[in-house]
Design a protein around this ligand. Structure first.
Ligand code: CA
Length: 229
């Protein structure tokens, strides 16, 4: 059974929420002040926290910061003011979701479920190192080593290489590769990928005509070779 800690000073609201969450099968702890909330968090290690922003004493932002110093307990921030959400996002508190008041308890339960599902299905640990032929690609360090020698890549070049190397043999369009470097891709800029691929090949010592790593797929894009000899 998953446990949820509610930190909320409006008691009536908190009780309604508690009832809904319990009916949905969660074990619920309730704190009506920030200090009490932190204490419960430390004692009970809840699976997730619903955190009201405006609290007497230690407020929600302080609490979120305090929690994030230690761990990544999923956090849903609750605020009475819609316009606060932008500011909260800017503070980068590492919240997993935001809910604005007034809310329906039903909606809150749905959000709690969604966040917990996301956390549960996330792989416990990303594969740390990709080894293909004589290349070692470290996604965490953004580093590439070829036959024991480090290769200096720009972050963009690295992300393009990583994207393709994670799925050797899969063909990527220029737009997809552009997206992997920026999160969004603008049509019309796809050709900028060609320049990055050219630099990548030069740094890896690859030959476009007789490629060892990166193959051009004419009319489509690029792929990392399935087998590197
Ligand atoms: Ca409040």
């Amino acid at each position: 059974m998953s446990t949820v800690l509610i930190i909320e000073d409006e008691k009536e609201l908190a009780n309604v929420l508690m009832a809904y969450l319990e009916r949905a099968g969660y074990e619920v702890y309730l704190a009506t002040s920030g200090d009490r909330g932190l204490k419960l968090w430390q004692e009970q290690h809840p699976d997730m926290i619903l955190l009201d922003l405006n609290l007497p004493g230690m407020d929600g932002i302080d609490i979120a910061r305090r929690i994030r110093q230690t761990d990544d307990t999923p956090l849903i921030m609750v605020t009475a003011r819609v316009e606060e959400v932008d500011r909260l996002l800017g503070l980068e508190l590492g919240a997993d979701d935001y809910i604005t008041k007034p809310y329906s308890p039903r909606e809150v339960v749905a959000r709690v479920k969604a966040v917990l599902r996301r956390v549960d299905s996330a792989p416990a640990k990303e594969p740390s190192m990709i080894e293909i032929g004589d290349l070692q690609i470290d996604p965490e360090a953004f580093s590439v080593v070829k036959s024991g020698t480090a290769i200096e890549l720009t972050p963009t070049e690295f992300l393009i290489l990583l994207t393709m190397a994670e799925h050797p043999g899969r063909v990527y369009s220029r737009l997809q590769l552009l997206e992997s470097t920026q999160g969004v891709a603008y049509e019309g800029y796809e050709r900028s990928i060609d320049a990055h691929i050219k630099n990548l090949r030069a740094k890896l010592g690859d030959d476009s005509k007789n490629p060892r790593y990166i193959e051009t797929v004419f009319g489509v894009g690029y792929k990392f070779k399935k087998a590197v000899e």
